[in-house]
Each structure stands twice: as structure tokens, then as C-alpha cells.
Design a protein around this ligand. Structure first.
Ligand code: TTP
Ligand code: MG
Length: 366
């Protein structure tokens, strides 16, 4: 039997998939309250040859979808509000979201601006605790960005992604190892991530409509039809997916930030908070075997206006003690204290790998 060749689900793995809801459209509704509750289409103008990047859930009720011509979206819902994308804003939010992920694990694999896989196996022994992390990440995203995300928790990437899709928007869904195979059985082939339209058509031509049809196909036949991809289809059909979460290792900076429950006006408290953040990031850098020469603080005032101040040394920061005076000086170059502060952040850049004592450092990361 083909199934007999499959490994058992690796129940020690705890994988999260996080995806913001109606990302660009949600940002526009956040920043322009008059758009809330209305069908909003982000992308090309209705009379242009442009397409829909995304649309609000109110617009989805009219059948509007990503990648649809804007003119078609207009015909489906003439009262929709059409807005141009603001990519700089989306990129900044994406970075804020990644900073949150990195508070929980270094194993973060970004898939797109609004989507990532996280491997939290090291800090959650049970699925319950992984679910708790997912809930906490959703809360932090909402608190920091004002946006809702959907989170899926499972024992591999394939099922975590399916889980995050299930209860959108603002969803949270756990798929346990004993549920994986049955759940896949019911899924239409189109819902399989990684199966595009062409493959879907081919599978349907073979009479494969749902996961359960795929489960019945012997591995050898799938490989004959689809080559190496056939093996992947066979595995995911049985709820098996051993692809690791691959963190993006070429990042240029590491940071952490915190939003206060009530705005701070006392500078000593601010410095204490910056020190805690710096300590946390230095610890993460050390775990990655990295050192940093650049230090940036971010200050968001109570009116949401935000400034950053940066210092770069000619040698890497050795420890928190060496960082502290710079934190205070950078903070002095902001209006913090005279103005109230709702958020503080610290990031380190100009990352290097320390070379063995005395040698020239030939491996600088930026
Ligand atoms: P998605 O996560 O696919 O979509 P979404 O966040 O808008 O909606 P949801 O996740 O709730 O289903 O894509 C993220 C962003 O990427 C989306 O807001 C806009 C952009 N995008 C495009 O520009 N073109 C596309 O075809 C798609 C699918 C997305
Ligand atoms: Mg999304």
C-alpha cells in the first residue's frame, strides 16, 4: 500500500500560519474611517485597465476578488469606493508585524507582505500552548497595527495555512494531528495551497475533485502523472508535509517594540523600557551569533506621530552596559518627556558575525 510508505505525522512540530485580513483594504479602512463598513476596492481605477489588488469583505459580498479587472468590479458594485494602493504604508505595517513574530520565535518565514509561517515547536510543547501563542500574536498585531489577522495552528505548514483560511476574518483555528487526514479528505482540490489552476484542471480530468479522491490514488500513479510534484500531492493528501519553516537569513536589522497601556511621560521609565527592549534584542542577536554596530530607537508620540534616531559605532556593541548611554542620548534628541509617548522601539543594524580573535572580519552582512 502506498500509504504505508508515509511517515507518521510529526506531532512535536507546532507550526503557525498568520495572514492579515483583506490587508490593503483593511489599512485603508483603518486610516480613512469614512470607508469603514463600505465596499472598498484597492487597485486600479474603475475606468482603467487596472486590476483589483484586494477588496474589503463588504466588497467580496458582491463577488469582487483579487486580480479581477477593476472595470468588472465596478459593474458588480458601482457604489464601491475605489482607492489607489499606498505601498509604503503596507510595507511599514509588514515590518511591524514581523517584529512581533520575532518576539516569539526566530523561525519566521515571510511568504508575502501580510503572511508568514512561524515554527514555535521550541516554546510550545502542547497544541494548546501553540494556540495561546497564536492568540497572543493576533492580539499584539491588533494592538500595534489596528488590524485583524487570521491564524492557523497545526503540525505542518500545509495544514497551518489551511487552518488560517478557515475562519477568516479574525479567525483562529487549530488542526490536530488526528484531524489532519479527515479534514484534507473533504477539501476541494482548489483549496490545496500549491495546486494552481492548470494542475487543478488536470486533476479534475482524472476524476480527482477532493482530498479523498487524491488519498485513493496510489503514489506510483501520481508520480507517473505529475513527476516529483505527485509525491508532494500524495503526502499532503494524507496530511503529511515535512517542509521546514525557513527563516529569511539575510535580514539587515533586528528589533523589538512595545506599546504602553497608558502613555508615558517620565523619561526614566522610558529609558528603563528601552533598556529592556535592547536587552531582549541583544539576546536574540547573540543566539544568532550576530553583533551590531548600529542602534536605532523609535518613538511614537501620543498623536501617533513617529520619529527614529540612529547611532552607528565603529565597533560592535559589546553588551547592554555599552548600549545604555546611547539610548539616553538618542532619547534626548526626541521630544519625549515634553510630549507623551505611546510606543518605544529599539533595533540593531550593521550586523556582523564576529570573526575569530585577531582576524579581519570578512563576513559583514550589510
Ligand atoms: P491576501 O492575503 O491573499 O489577501 P487579503 O489579505 O487582501 O485578504 P484575505 O487574506 O483576508 O483573504 O493578499 C495580501 C495582499 O496582497 C492583499 O491585501 C493585496 C495584495 N494582493 C495583490 O496585490 N494581488 C493579488 O492578486 C492578491 C491575491 C493579493
Ligand atoms: Mg491576507
Amino acid at each position: 500500500m502506498a500509504q504505508d510508505q508515509l511517515p507518521a505525522p510529526n506531532t512535536a512540530r507546532k507550526i503557525l500560519h498568520i495572514d492579515l485580513d483583506a490587508f490593503y483594504a483593511a489599512v485603508e479602512q483603518r486610516d480613512f474611517p469614512e470607508l469603514r463598513g463600505r465596499p472598498v476596492v484597492v487597485g486600479g481605477a474603475p475606468n482603467s485597465r487596472g486590476v483589483v489588488a484586494t477588496c474589503s469583505y463588504e466588497a467580496r459580498a458582491f463577488g469582487i476578488r483579487s486580480a479581477m479587472p477593476a472595470s468588472q468590479a465596478y459593474r458588480l458594485c458601482p457604489e464601491a469606493v475605489f482607492v489607489q494602493p499606498r505601498f509604503e504604508v503596507y510595507r511599514a505595517i509588514s515590518l511591524e508585524m514581523r517584529a512581533i513574530f520575532l518576539e516569539f520565535t526566530e523561525l519566521v518565514e515571510p511568504v508575502s507582505l501580510d503572511e508568514a509561517y512561524l515554527d514555535v515547536s521550541a516554546r510550545s510543547l502542547s497544541f494548546d500552548s501553540a494556540l495561546g501563542i497564536a492568540r497572543e500574536i493576533k492580539r499584539r498585531i491588533r494592538e500595534t497595527t489596528g488590524l485583524t489577522a487570521s491564524a492557523g495552528v497545526s503540525y505542518n505548514k500545509f495544514l497551518a495555512k489551511i487552518a488560517s483560511d478557515r475562519n477568516k476574518p479574525d479567525g483562529l483555528c487549530l488542526i490536530l494531528p488526528e484531524q489532519g487526514r479527515n479534514l484534507v479528505a473533504d477539501l476541494p482540490i482548489r483549496a490545496f495551497h500549491g495546486i494552481g489552476r492548470a494542475t487543478e484542471a488536470k486533476l479534475r480530468a482524472l476524476g480527482i475533485e477532493r482530498g479523498r479522491d487524491l488519498q485513493r490514488w496510489p503514489l506510483a500513479r501520481l508520480i507517473r502523472q505529475f513527476g516529483k510534484a505527485g509525491e508532494h500531492y500524495h503526502r499532503i493528501a494524507h496530511g503529511i508535509d515535512e517542509r521546514p519553516v525557513l527563516p529569511n537569513r539575510s535580514r539587515k536589522s533586528w528589533g523589538a517594540e512595545t506599546t504602553f497601556p497608558t502613555d508615558l511621560s517620565d523619561k526614566a521609565e522610558m529609558i528603563a523600557s528601552l533598556a529592556r527592549l535592547a536587552e531582549e534584542v541583544l539576546r536574540r542577536l547573540a543566539r544568532q551569533g550576530l553583533e551590531a554596530r548600529g542602534l536605532t530607537i523609535k518613538v511614537k508620540y501620543d498623536n501617533f506621530q513617529q520619529v527614529t534616531r540612529t547611532r552607528t559605532l565603529d565597533h560592535p556593541f559589546r553588551d547592554l552596559r555599552e548600549v545604555l548611554p546611547h539610548l539616553a542620548e538618542l532619547l534626548d534628541r526626541t521630544a519625549a518627556g515634553t510630549r507623551k509617548v505611546r510606543l518605544l522601539g529599539v533595533s540593531f543594524s550593521s550586523l556582523e558575525r564576529p570573526s575569530p580573535a585577531g582576524q579581519l572580519d570578512l563576513f559583514t552582512l550589510d
